[in-house]
Design a protein around this ligand. Structure first.
Ligand code: GLA
Length: 729
């Protein structure tokens, strides 16, 4: 039993962790413990810590330490003296915003409930157990349901919150965060994954200070600048040792995640929809469902935390045909042609791609009427047969005759000013009354909060997908939200637009998913601007970044790998010199880096020399031998990304097969030897070692490879890379 409710204490156990809370004498739901798995112990020592505070808010002199300004709580609302970030803020019909949440009831739930309209972890075969706790404000009969689900095997606790309005009047929700964890200590580092277009998800580690640390997005999508995955860890935490807590938000819009030290030596950790630019009118009898946060804890460093997230995302978040299947190796024409192509050109690329072992051809932006640059036609999803030189179906047939599948690019959430969509329905884009608004990449954002606009986009997409044999789509989104106003909503609901926009996107994705269950969708947002667990529920791969320079890509993939599985990262071999950085790199390095992702191509193969085509062919062959390991294996970061080189490793579940890659980020001018130690192997197994195709004459035990390592002599200069196959004999 992984969930226990006993004597006012609620305990969730996973294989290696325990989460515990209790109803205290004031009827608050107090947080007791989250960490290494306990036996039957109750962490009540913590729940009754004798907190001294200069200005106690005493409910009762006997239980002064249970006062809401000091007591670690599972969830709390603004107004009664919890001065930390309160996850809930409600404005009642009388204008007051004081809300006093006390424990009402708790019950077991066998099957994890779906979260209406929202992506979330799901059971594949009843491997999870849940408990739902109801807190209530008795004056106004506002009910708050906290859902906790333990996924035992992967040390995951998923949390979400549902608000029910039984007050008899309308209320306004001004903040509804999804989780709140109060730790009984304040020595943490806060790790965030921040950046910008072309350098998404750089890891930043900030010591917790006396002021609150926040990671957030206000851009309408999860954003390039901040990612909705954060870690709180002990000072000594590295890949192998130390304790760390992760929080991943299953949501693709504005978010906040913060850590806040208190005057009494505790720390509050919260995550949820960003309350900024959010107000939600909840009518009497209505329900608001807040998105899910996936928590995990590891007491043995980041690698274990990463494995927990990779495993649960692959098993319990991905859905459909590709959740657990080989992904296609694709070639995308974007960096090969940009907008300048016809079917002859595309077929020539596809033909060459087939010879190197590619199985899917993807036609990127520019295939629809009048789209010869980024200034027009978005929203008019009609094929430009004149430009292509044939109907789309004919191109697809010809690609099919080559033995390849076909994929197509869409940007469903945006329309160009110069489009019949916008001319006919200017009210279907986000634009405030009497204001023209701000164009981004010369395009408007479709009002996905308006079901009529969502329907129209769905119909246009279905028309293409019903009539053509399309097995993959790239779902792009190339701007942030401005002018956030929906013509479909009344004035008092405009604070809901950001959230309803995200729900509209999910609704459209769900309808496409249901109608075309075998379709593989890869999402994208000007590169990796919307890489989050919300999107991964619908699109099991996401284009990681528009920066395809392998030496920069390794940093982006490094940060992304902390939470997101390797098979979710869209990664392509592109041309050299790189189009963005102009850096020249070898095919081998470009492909070694793309192999730490979905592995595909995005270059004009008709311009590559025959010798290079031969190398690309053997690289593809090599990848195919390791595709299952890369997709399903355990991933280890062998270095930080601040060294002369960066290295990573995949290990199969049975520990018999492993592949490591090392990429030089700087010249090794001081001749410092590279002694690389490996991870995750079985100590007493004997392994063969093959470095860049050349097998070492001797054998190694797992323990020797992990504790002594190998002296790597195959790389010296910036941009060189080497790969090490480690195979049990
Ligand atoms: C975005 C994507 C690119 C490409 C272009 C097409 O920038 O990130 O990969 O699809 O749009 O316009």
């Amino acid at each position: 039993m992984s969930v226990l409710i006993k004597d006012n204490v609620i305990t969730l156990h996973t294989k290696n962790t325990t989460y515990q809370m209790a109803v205290n004498e004031n009827n608050f739901l107090a947080h007791l413990y989250y960490g290494t798995r306990l036996d039957d112990s109750v962490a009540d020592e913590c729940g009754k810590m004798n907190y001294h505070t200069l200005m106690p808010l005493v409910y009762d002199s006997k239980t002064r330490e249970l006062s809401p300004n000091v007591c670690p709580l599972e969830y709390s609302a603004y107004g009664i003296g919890d001065f930390r970030t309160t996850p809930l803020k409600v404005r009642f019909c009388d204008g007051s915003s004081v809300c006093d949440l006390r424990f009402h009831s708790a019950k077991y739930i066998d099957k994890k409930p779906i979260l209406n309209g929202l992506p979330a972890l799901h059971d594949t075969n009843t491997e999870s157990q849940s408990v739902e706790v109801c807190l209530i404000d008795n004056i106004h009969d506002l009910r708050v349901y906290l859902l906790y689900t333990a996924f035992e095997e992967n040390d995951i606790i998923a949390r979400s919150v549902r608000i029910e309005n039984h007050t008899g009047k309308d209320i306004a929700l001004e903040a509804v965060l999804s989780t709140c964890v109060d730790f009984y200590e304040d020595e943490f580092d806060f790790i965030t994954f921040d950046g910008k277009p072309f350098s998404e998800r750089s890891m930043h580690r900030t010591p917790l200070m006396d002021i609150k640390l926040t990671a957030e997005s206000r851009r309408g999508s999860s954003s390039h600048q901040c990612n909705p995955f954060v870690i709180a860890c002990s000072k000594n935490c590295d890949e192998k040792v130390g304790s760390c807590y992760g929080m991943a938000f299953v949501y693709s819009g504005n978010f906040t995640a913060s850590m806040e030290k208190t005057q009494i030596g505790t720390t509050r950790f919260v995550m949820g929809i960003n309350p900024e630019n959010f107000t939600y009118l909840l009518k009497d009898g209505e329900v608001f469902q807040a998105p899910e946060v996936i928590h995990s804890f590891s007491n043995s460093g980041f690698a274990k935390l990463t494995h927990n997230y990779h495993n649960v995302i692959r098993k319990n978040l991905f859905r459909g045909k590709y959740a657990d299947a080989k992904r296609p190796i694709l070639i995308n024409n974007w960096e090969a042609t940009y907008f300048n192509f016809n079917s002859e050109k595309l077929l020539a690329i596809a033909k060459q791609a087939k010879t190197i072992g590619v199985d899917t051809f993807v036609l990127d932006d520019g295939w629809f009427l009048g789209r010869n640059g980024d200034g027009s036609s978005l929203g008019d999803w009609f094929v430009d047969e004149e430009k292509l030189g044939c109907p789309l179906s004919e191109l697809i047939t010809k690609i099919g005759e080559l033995g390849m599948k076909f994929g197509l690019w869409f940007e469903p959430e945006c329309v160009s000013e110069n489009s019949s969509f916008y001319r006919q329905h200017p009210e279907w884009v986000l634009q405030a009354p009497d204001r023209k608004g701000v164009l981004g990449r010369k395009q408007w954002v479709v009002d996905m909060a308006n079901p009529a606009a969502v329907d129209a986009v769905f119909k246009m997409m279905a028309d293409i997908l019903d009539n053509n044999n399309i097995e993959y789509i790239k779902w792009d989104f190339n701007r942030y939200l401005t002018d956030v106003y929906s013509h479909a909503l009344p004035a008092n609901r405009q604070g809901e637009v950001h959230h309803r926009y995200v729900l509209g996107v999910y609704n459209l994705l769900e309808r496409i998913h249901n109608r075309y269950p075998n379709l593989l969708i890869e999402s994208c947002a000007s590169g990796g601007g919307r890489f989050d667990c919300g999107m991964l529920y619908y699109t099991p791969q996401i284009w990681t970044s528009d920066n395809t320079d392998p030496l920069e890509r390794v940093n982006i993939q490094y940060g992304t790998s902390f939470c997101y599985p390797i098979i979710s990262m869209g990664a392509h071999v592109t041309a050299s010199p790189n189009h963005v950085s102009k850096r020249v790199t070898s095919i081998k390095t470009r492909s070694n880096v793309a192999m730490a992702g979905t592995f595909g191509f995005e270059l004009d193969l008709t311009k590559e020399a025959e010798d290079d085509i031969e190398i690309l062919r053997s690289e593809t062959e090599f990848y195919k031998n390791y595709a299952d390991l890369i997709r399903t294996g355990d991933y280890y970061r062998l270095t930080a990304n601040t060294n002369r080189y960066i290295a990573w490793q995949f290990v199969s579940g049975d520990k018999h097969q492993s592949l490591a890659v090392l990429v030089m980020q700087k010249n090794n001018i001081d001749y410092k030897p590279i002694i690389q130690k490996f991870s995750g192997l079985q100590s007493d197994l004997t392994y063969r070692v093959i470095i860049d195709g050349i097998e070492r004459e001797r054998l190694y035990t797992g323990v020797a490879l992990m504790e002594i390592g190998l002296n790597i002599r195959t790389v010296k200069y910036e941009g060189e890379s080497t790969r090490i196959e480690i195979l049990a004999v």
